[in-house]
Design a protein around this ligand. Structure first.
Ligand code: NAD
Ligand code: UGA
Length: 459
């Protein structure tokens, strides 16, 4: 059958990035055929079903509009490689858990396996695009692997890191702040870069497509995440000072955010940042700096992660001291388990750390979340006695305290008079996301512990 498509695009890795990103390309470019493959057959099955493996507002609609027309999810990786001219690699790059660099460096085994698969299966020249987040200079290793077969087939490596955030992925993909495309600055490198620019030009304004050399592109991804996380750690560090000084961190954020040089975003103090990438990418940056002998630079960035650990532990210790120095036998309801609102993802969620610490203190846990209960069960699988309840009103009955872990907007809309009546007295609320109306809760009778603001207590 004649191929009616202008380009054949493949993505290896059907995860949080590969699935939504390729769905958007297929949606915006009906003239291209887009195939997404994965070694995880169950995941591919889910992508082909009505229950997608990733929850993202707007994703279902885009997949429904394209799947089977110009978007395909498949398990045949070799065939996918043979049939495509452009290959995105969106596999996972977690923190290494073994050997040199354990706990810090990126584990590149999945990525490297992909490079070898491409080399073995390719029968024609390809553009290979790093979509996953990688240490700077990874493209060099990829080039070496791909060209080690001494064939006539040529490979051009492009760095095109993904900046989407979970929960807003579809909007971020449709209206990106920028798309970054880096290549070697050779004639063939720039030609390949232009081909990728052409894809995005189908819907992204030209001025938002940034081109750079390949190393700047790889490094910019790590640096963007490090800067974002640094803002959160900075405001969280300030929140500790606010609690000691009668200042209110929300007012401080607002005051500094009005400075156009600083901007208002990413200044919400919280129980700590989570998600699969901030910690891993900063530690990856720290490891890179150390490996180049830049110890002071490494220490500087490691501080961002250390403050995040401190903030989570501070939250637990605050609960302990406020509830009369013992949590043993007390019932505590976690409002939310996802690492942020509008996602079911719980990777590196601060709620996991807090839950484990509260269990260590022998508290009884009830967890409620509109989307993440299934993942919470898996994450806490080995621990007996935790109750998982979707309905927050049922979850709080008989509880001594509520701890808000995720900023789901539904927690703002609950009837806290009803909730207060059903709880054990004295009743406590620890608002790890600063989303509730603290004065109102205090009036109802709660002892309220916001982040970065002195508590409102009745004792
Ligand atoms: P993920 O774990 O959800 O998905 C990765 C997928 O790759 C998995 O389904 C896995 O089975 C598959 N895979 C691994 N090795 C494979 C192989 N050899 N062949 C075929 N498939 C293979 O990961 P993710 O969250 O999509 O992240 C992917 C990359 O994108 C990471 O580098 C991450 O840092 C980066 N990133 C993630 C986000 C995010 O919001 N999750 C945002 C921007 C960038
Ligand atoms: C983050 C970046 O925002 C994306 O640009 C990037 O592509 C992605 O990482 C990645 O590389 O994986 P994501 O982790 O999905 O996206 O979500 P964010 O909105 O950045 O939130 C991360 C964490 O910080 C969440 O736990 C969130 O609740 C927390 N946060 C965020 C705060 O505590 N305060 C804030 O002001 C903002």
């Amino acid at each position: 059958m004649e191929n009616k498509f202008q380009k054949n695009i493949l993505c290896i890795g059907a995860g949080y990035v590969g699935g939504p990103t390729m769905a958007m390309i297929a949606y915006k470019c009906p003239q291209y055929k887009v195939t997404v493959v994965d070694i995880n057959h169950e995941r591919i099955k889910q992508w082909n079903s009505s229950e997608l493996p990733v929850y993202e507002p707007g994703l279902d609609e885009v997949v429904r509009a394209t799947r089977g027309k110009n978007l395909f999810f498949d398990i045949d990786i070799e065939k996918g490689i043979k049939e495509s001219d452009i290959i995105f690699v969106g596999v996972n790059t977690p923190t290494k858990t073994f050997g040199a660099g354990a706990g810090m460096a990126a584990d590149l085994q999945y990525w490297e396996k992909t490079a070898r698969q491409i080399r073995e299966a390719a029968e024609s020249s390809k553009i290979v695009i790093e979509k996953c987040t990688l240490p700077v200079k990874t493209a060099l290793a990829m080039e070496r692997i791909l060209t080690s077969k001494n064939s006539n087939i040529s490979f051009e490596i492009i760095s095109n890191p993904e900046f989407l955030a979970e929960g807003t992925a579809m909007n971020d993909l449709e209206f990106p702040d920028r798309v970054l495309i880096g290549s070697r600055e050779t004639e063939s490198g720039i030609k390949a870069r232009n081909e990728i620019v052409e894809i995005y030009k189908n819907w992204v304004p030209k001025e938002r497509i940034i081109e750079s050399n390949i190393w700047s592109s790889e490094l910019s991804k790590l640096v963007a995440n490090a800067f974002l996380a640094q803002r959160i750690s900075s405001i969280n560090a300030v929140s500790a000072l606010c609690e000691k000084t009668d200042a209110n961190v929300k007012e401080v954020s607002r005051a500094i955010g009005f400075d156009s040089r600083l901007g208002a975003k990413f200044l919400n103090a919280s129980v700590g940042f989570g998600g699969s990438c901030f910690k891993k990418d900063i530690l990856n940056l720290v490891y890179l700096c150390k490996s180049y002998g830049l110890d002071e630079v490494a220490d500087y960035w490691e501080g961002v992660v250390k403050i995040n650990e401190y903030q989570k532990e501070r939250f637990v210790l605050n609960m302990l001291s406020s509830m009369f120095n013992t949590l043993a036998g007390k019932k505590i309801c976690l409002f939310g388990f996802a690492f942020k609102a509008d996602t079911g993802d719980t990777r590196e969620t601060p709620a996991l750390y807090i839950a484990k610490r509260l269990i260590e203190e022998r508290a009884e846990l009830i967890i409620t979340d509109p989307k993440a209960l299934q993942n919470a069960r898996i994450d806490l699988g080995g621990i007996d006695g935790i109750v998982y309840e979707e309905d927050p009103y049922k979850a709080v009955v008989g509880c001594d305290a509520i701890a808000v872990m995720t900023e789901w907007s539904l927690y703002n809309k609950l009837d806290y008079v009803v909730i207060y009546k059903s709880m054990t007295k004295p009743s406590f609320i620890f608002d790890g996301r600063n989303i509730l109306d603290h004065n109102q809760l205090y009036k109802i009778g709660f002892n309220v512990f916001p982040i970065g603001r002195p508590p409102l207590t009745h004792y």
